[in-house]
Write a protein that binds this ligand. Sequence first.
Ligand code: INI
Length: 154
Amino acid sequence: MYTEINGNLQGKGRDFALVVSRFNDFITTRLLDGAADCFCRHGGAAENLTVVRVPGAFEIPLTAAKLAKSKKYNAVICLGAVIRGSTPHFDYIAAEAAKGVAQAAMSSEIPVIFGILTTDSIEQAVERAGVKAGNKGWDAMMSAMEMADLFEKL
Ligand code: INI
């Protein structure tokens, strides 16, 4: 018989920081709403969420790393939207954001969650921010709660 360790989806008693980019604010604000709603519906209290705004997705990793290294939070959640249709340098911004978020997690040893949309069009981004493809901010919060609980057990 093996030992299996799982993280539960619990917001109660958790402190999370959310790094939210202002670029494409009409999308990222919806992601933030979804994340906060998810937290509160899983026993969390809004006052235990700290929201830090940054100019764009490129600035998310450094900010997330600083927050994660402060050890004040059980997890850091990164929310942004990089949209190819209106971004000639989409590939650079998206790649740096993804790589940087992974590095922030590895260097801090705190869960850092990737909730940055990388889409081909504004329509796809809207779909993932509370329309027909759900809300990726909600999904990011689910991952944060699971990882925070898991890390308490490891
Ligand atoms: N930042 C985004 O978060 N999404 C984008 O789609 C985007 N576009 O289109 O360029 C974007 N650019 C800004 C970038 O993240 C930095 O804030 C900027 O380059 C300053 O470093």
